[in-house]
Design a protein around this ligand. Structure first.
Ligand code: XIL
Length: 385
């Protein structure tokens, strides 16, 4: 099979998010599945209906296939850039020991780094500061009360410098701050909007994280990453104002990351182009960090309703291929203009995509380039020129 990244090597690096699961051996997969199952049972037992989830429709976790999964071989052969889907998030690495002292677990991050090295691939780091998947303890004192700004700052600095020391030479770009723009008012997400970073440290935490990351990851480009920038003009503008201010204050941000969790109908390629060029006009680089094309419209574009499960007909798969192709042509143009540097897909096979059961439990999706068995979909054939 032709290697996909080779079609784009004169334009941008082509990456994929790697789930830690696909690098596990069979014993680890079994243990992981048992853990998932226990968590699922617990969740089911304590489930309380909410307006968003009036019924329990979450599917039971299934055992993972034994042996090498198709994702693993495809990860090694089709991409020249990798990023951990979960294993480099703070919650996976930064723990509090029984002695009350922080400790670091780098096992899964090291494994991905070694995989990338063995396959001659570059690696990104996702992510240093995010309101999700951060460990709870970091925001608290031993007695459970809220940590002081001084303590939280010390913990964050310790984290950034320890991670930087270990991975500085292996990482080409770092998502320093992830998803910090609010969807409500397009300014910095605050405590009421689930950011405990903002709640305790105030708005300066973004600038500070970039200054520390500049020192700790001296060889990497420094990225501010967010979703819906190409979908929602107000959010795009909000990010523009934020990074413009950062540049004026001398904060070392150099790249905007567009997650690009987009769908089969929306947004039009012209909006994507406009977004890339807007950040480019500030002298910033742009990378696409988490792309996939869902088969389902967002609720916001569908009168507030989620679409029911569809059949993935040949026609729909062709439509998805058209869309990937058209958008990748735009990426090539923006790479030629010197703005776009990397494109990363958020997964490899549809079977492993985070869009299965999200945002609708019980509904699968088919947003990636390879089907559940690892066979190339029409979108792959179209991109692999
Ligand atoms: C997702 C992972 O894909 C899932 O496996 C996990 O359960 C939740 O996080 N934006 C991000 C990513 O920045 O880290 C998220 O990844 C998807 C949305």
């Amino acid at each position: 099979m032709k290697r996909l990244f080779e079609s784009y090597k004169d334009y941008f690096r082509l990456g994929a998010a790697i789930s830690g699961i696909i690098l596990m051996n069979d014993d680890e997969k079994t243990a992981f599945f048992q853990q998932m199952k226990a968590r699922f049972e617990d969740f089911k037992k304590n489930f309380k209906p909410t307006p968003q989830f009036p019924e329990f429709k979450f599917p039971e976790p299934q055992p993972l296939p034994a042996g090498t999964m198709p994702d693993t071989q495809l990860a090694a052969s089709q991409f020249n850039l990798v990023v951990a889907e979960n294993e480099c998030k703070m919650g996976s690495i930064y723990h509090k020991g029984p002695d009350g002292q922080p400790f670091f677990d780098f096992a899964a991050a090291d494994r991905l780094r070694d995989f990338a090295k063995a396959n001659g691939q570059d690696m990104r780091w996702h992510t240093l500061v995010w309101h999700n998947q951060s460990p709870d303890w970091i925001f608290k004192n031993d007695d459970g009360s809220k940590a002081s700004p001084e303590l939280l700052e010390e913990r964050l600095k310790n984290y950034i410098f320890t991670v930087g020391e270990r991975y500085r030479d292996d990482i080409c770009s770092v998502d320093v701050v992830n998803e910090c723009i609010s969807d409500k008012n397009f300014i910095l997400r605050d405590g009421a909007d689930r950011s405990q970073w903002f709640d305790i440290l105030g708005p300066d935490y973004v600038d500070k994280a970039f200054f520390w990351a500049k020192e700790a990851f001296s060889k990497s480009s420094l990225v501010i990453n967010d979703y819906n920038l190409e979908m929602v003009p107000g959010k795009r503008e909000g990010m523009y104002k934020l990074v413009k201010g950062m540049l004026e204050r001398g904060v070392p941000v150099d790249t905007v990351g567009l997650q690009m969790h987009i769908n089969i109908d929306y947004p039009p390629v012209s909006e994507i182009e406009k977004t890339i060029e807007l950040y480019g006009s500030l002298g910033l680089k742009v990378i696409v960090t988490e792309m996939e094309i869902s088969m389902y419209a967002d609720r916001e574009q569908n009168e507030g309703k989620f679409e029911p499960r569809k059949k993935y007909t040949a026609e729909l798969l062709e439509k998805q291929a058209d869309r990937y192709e058209e958008i990748f042509e735009c990426f090539k143009k923006e790479a030629r203009a010197g703005i776009l540097k990397d494109v990363v897909l958020w997964g490899i096979t549809d079977r492993m995509s985070w869009k299965n059961n999200f945002p609708v439990p019980g509904r699968t999706d088919a947003p990636l380039l390879f089907d559940g068995e690892g066979k190339p979909k029409p979108a792959f054939d179209r991109l692999c020129k």
